[in-house]
Write a protein that binds this ligand. Structure first.
Ligand code: DAK
Length: 256
């Protein structure tokens, strides 16, 4: 792959978007490569968590590739938007736990790909924004739908209409990122979380994520029914037996 680095470790993987000369901007080729990597990881039973980050010290992802978008017609723009949406939905609906390690600018499509991850960590030089209005377009990779769910409608609309960037500290206050670290520590801290996740039950992680993903989309009673089903199904997996037995035997559970 030309634009993505994949580093599989014990129980987790690090995916690095690697186009530093264009501040890791997402062109079609990169979107397709991300799809390929996400699908490959999905099939890998040894991986439970994935860290997504950007190459270099300046940018996580500076957006969709403006040079590629500039000459699109309406039909092509629809297809380009759909490709991005599909890619990010694969991440959001994955059975694996995705951590965005945002190491610099996360603008437009860069902000949007981080929103499709299960959690976000940021370096203290990170800046988030959806500046598409300054280009005469709107966020087209899920930002209008995911951002309001994470930061609330008022803050999302402010970011949309002003195109302003917000710094890591404010992003943390707004609940857009879980924690902020120095750039030097960011990846280590993300790896600590990934290693912790990798010790837990695969079924429980993916089942819990599936139920939580529905929380903002379906009625409470339907969500509770889904939760009951996912909970019950856990009792047909060996992880439940091992997890509970290990607790009673006062030892650490060993999940496959
Ligand atoms: N696309 C392409 N190249 C980019 C880029 C981008 N988004 N961002 C940066 N680059 C390139 C620059 O052109 C420059 O290339 P060279 O001139 O060296 O060849 C190189 O990266 C370094 O950038 P700068 O020289 O500009 O670096 P600075 O430190 O001066 O500024 C910056 C850093 C991040 C503030 C600045 O580069 C910037 O403002 N970048 C653009 C940020 C932006 O507007 N992002 C949003 C992109 S729009 C849709 C689908 C998707 C979307 C919308 C609709 N549909 C089809 C429905 C999503 C849209 C977006 O994401």
């Amino acid at each position: 792959m030309e634009n993505i680095l994949l580093n599989k470790k014990d129980g987790y993987a690090i995916v690095t978007i690697n186009r530093p000369k264009a501040l890791n901007a997402l062109n079609s080729a990169t979107l397709l490569e991300i799809q390929e990597v996400v699908k490959d990881i999905e099939k890998d039973e040894n991986i439970k968590a994935v860290i997504l980050t950007g190459s270099g010290e300046k940018a996580f992802v500076a957006g969709a590739d403006i040079s590629e978008m500039a000459d699109l017609n309406t039909v092509e723009a629809y297809e380009f938007g759909k490709r991005g949406q599909e890619t990010f939905s694969l991440i959001e609906n994955s059975k694996k736990f995705y951590i965005a390690a945002v190491n610099g600018f996360a603008l437009g499509g860069g902000c949007e790909i981080s929103l499709s991850c299960d959690m976000r960590l940021a370096s203290n030089n990170a800046k988030f924004g959806i500046p598409e209005v300054t280009l005469g377009v709107i966020p087209g990779f899920g930002g209008t739908q995911r951002l309001p769910k994470i930061v609330g409608l008022g803050r999302a609309k402010e970011m949309l209409a002003t195109g302003n960037m917000i710094e890591a500290e404010k992003a943390e206050r707004w609940g857009l990122v879980n924690d902020v670290y120095t750039q030097e520590d960011l990846l280590d801290e993300a790896e600590k979380i990934a290693k912790k996740v990798a010790k837990n039950s695969s079924y429980a992680i993916s089942g819990g994520l599936e139920a939580m993903n529905q929380a903002t989309q379906i009625k409470l009673e339907d969500g509770l029914e889904l939760e009951a089903l996912v909970f019950a199904k856990a009792f047909s997996y060996p992880d439940q037996e091992e997890g509970m037995k290990a607790f009673l035997e006062k030892r650490q559970a060993k999940f496959k």
